[in-house]
Design a binder for this molecule. Structure first.
Ligand code: OAD
Length: 254
């Protein structure tokens, strides 16, 4: 593992533009379960019944039962070592942007400024009827499920299956992926399209792919150049220390 960390750090150190693609695994150590691991959200809630826009339109009360549970976890979650380490990498100039599929704000809370939210953000709610938008926290104490002043049930501003990715994050992500020299893939199974086309695009454009995941994925044996298997918090903390050492800014033991 030490050798692999050194290899990954030297790629990041030498790269003129490094970006990251992150998924639910990066927030697991903050207490938010991922989707597809054993015990993940989709083992308890069938995504066809809870995560499609058609499901929301036909039975928003039912979908809100799941959303409420997730919201309770997200509200109390704090950034972990992975979020903070990536924030530090950005501050040092070694991470240009994070494309995240997460909707929990934890990268921003961990110090990252350039965060592209591919699947939206759960901190605002919109009305599918009249379009009015609300802060989620201002609706939390009121009626459940939360409703618009026009009485329609509100929907969080996150992308449901069957909905399009907003054009701005989609275009910026593809542009960055085609320019990056290195891509960190962190805590994602990379099975959901179109986010999962980002590693292939980056690779074809010449980027080295560093994958940090607890388990192997379909990328591991196809696109990944360096696979760092483990929990994102610990792996990223070690990676950041090694990048700092290369940059001459780390605390090196005497
Ligand atoms: P998944 O649940 O599909 O994948 C999570 C990945 O993180 C897996 O590869 C896990 O092995 C890994 N993992 C779990 N804990 C980890 C840890 N502590 N450290 C490192 N890796 C860990 O989640 P996503 O890939 O994010 O979209 O899922 C993508 C999309 O599917 C989500 O944005 C959501 C979901 O359906 C929508 O709902 C539209």
């Amino acid at each position: 593992m030490e050798e692999l960390i050194r290899e990954a750090a030297s790629i990041v150190y030498a790269s003129r533009m490094t970006i990251a693609l992150t998924g639910a695994g990066v927030s697991v150590e903050s207490g938010i379960p991922d989707f597809r691991s054993a015990g993940g959200l989709w083992s308890r809630f069938d995504p066809a019944e809870y995560a499609t826009i058609d499901a929301f339109r036909s039975n928003p009360e039912k979908v809100w039962d799941m959303l409420k549970e997730m919201e309770a976890l997200v509200i109390k979650a704090r950034p972990n070592k992975a979020h903070r380490g990536m924030g530090e990498l950005e501050k040092m100039g070694f991470l240009h942007a994070i494309i995240t599929q997460n909707v929990d704000n934890l990268h921003q809370a961990g110090g990252s400024k350039n965060v592209i939210e591919y699947h939206g953000n759960s901190s605002t709610l919109s009305c599918l009827g009249c379009g009015k938008r609300y802060r989620a926290d201002e609706k939390r104490e009121g009626e459940f499920p939360p409703r618009c002043e026009c009485r329609q049930i509100l929907k969080p501003d996150v992308v449901f299956f069957g909905e399009a990715i907003p054009p701005e994050p989609m275009n910026r992500s593809f542009q960055l992926a085609s320019m990056a020299q290195a891509l960190l893939v962190v805590g994602t199974s990379a099975v959901v399209s179109p986010a999962n086309t980002i590693p292939g695009l980056a690779k074809r454009s010449g980027a080295r792919i560093i994958e940090i995941n607890k388990e192997r994925t379909h990328l591991t044996s196809s696109l990944t150049d360096v696979f760092l298997q483990g929990e994102a918090g610990e792996v990223i903390e070690t990676l950041v220390l090694e990048v700092k050492r290369l940059a001459g800014t780390g605390d090196t033991p005497a």
